[in-house]
Design a protein around this ligand. Structure first.
Ligand code: SF4
Length: 222
């Protein structure tokens, strides 16, 4: 897109600080069902689901976890079974050796340092083996204590298209979003962008004509 066109588009929609609230409000109406797709019933199940979701789909994880969670109820259970058995039980989520190692390391630390409970702060969560910032952000947000903004492929693409960031690196994108998005919306904001990305703002073929925020988007094609 030529620079002058981009400049004109940004001028047309106005500054991002003025657009952020109406964008969140309209997306919240449009995607009232936007929520994490992973299925879990406890903080431990949430943590395991998010760890398993690396490099695979939430649907895939949800296929594996009912049997897994019926068998492994406490952190100790993940350590009591032989590693090969856990590897078999999570095989369908891919990267099963790596994930088994991360799960067992995490369970060990939960027992030794956190009384078997899932911690709530990002600083503590990222100390768990195999838990990166994105996983920690998802877990903290779902536990009701968001301390950052989850940046996945949809959040990155939509934030760029909406002119909220020019960055490519997820950590830098998160930094831009934290300055822009009201704190009370840190938890739901990524869900709204993820669902809007899946349903409307597709990577290859965005349906701008059906988009409820097309008058607020500098990348709109209508
Ligand atoms: S107007 Fe188009 S590019 Fe902008 S958010 Fe909507 S679908 Fe995506």
């Amino acid at each position: 897109m030529p620079r002058s066109y981009v400049h004109e588009a940004r001028r047309r929609v106005g500054p991002k600080r003025a657009r952020i609230r109406p964008i969140i409000e309209r997306l919240a109406v449009e995607h009232a069902d936007a929520a994490i797709a992973l299925k879990f019933t406890s903080p431990l199940e949430l943590l395991v689901s998010v760890m398993l979701s690396a490099q695979t789909t939430d649907v895939n994880v949800n296929r594996v976890t009912p049997a897994l969670f019926a068998k492994y109820r406490r952190p100790q259970d993940y350590l009591a079974a032989p590693a090969e058995e856990l590897e078999r039980d999570i095989h369908a989520t891919g990267f099963f050796r790596q994930k088994t190692k991360a799960l067992r390391g995490t369970m060990k630390m939960l027992i030794e340092e956190f009384d078997g409970e899932v911690p709530r702060t990002i600083e503590e969560l990222v100390r768990l083996p195999g838990v990166a910032r994105k996983t920690a952000n998802v877990v903290a947000a779902e536990l009701g204590t968001p301390q950052g903004i989850v940046v996945d492929t949809h959040v990155r693409r939509l934030s760029q298209r909406l002119g909220f960031t020019k960055q490519e690196d997820p950590v830098k994108i998160e930094r831009d979003l934290i300055k822009l998005v009201p704190r009370e919306d840190w938890g739901r904001f990524p869900h709204l962008l993820i669902w809007h990305g899946r349903r409307i703002c597709d990577a290859r073929r965005p349906l701008c004509e059906r988009c409820v925020i097309n008058d607020l988007c500098p990348s709109s094609r209508v």
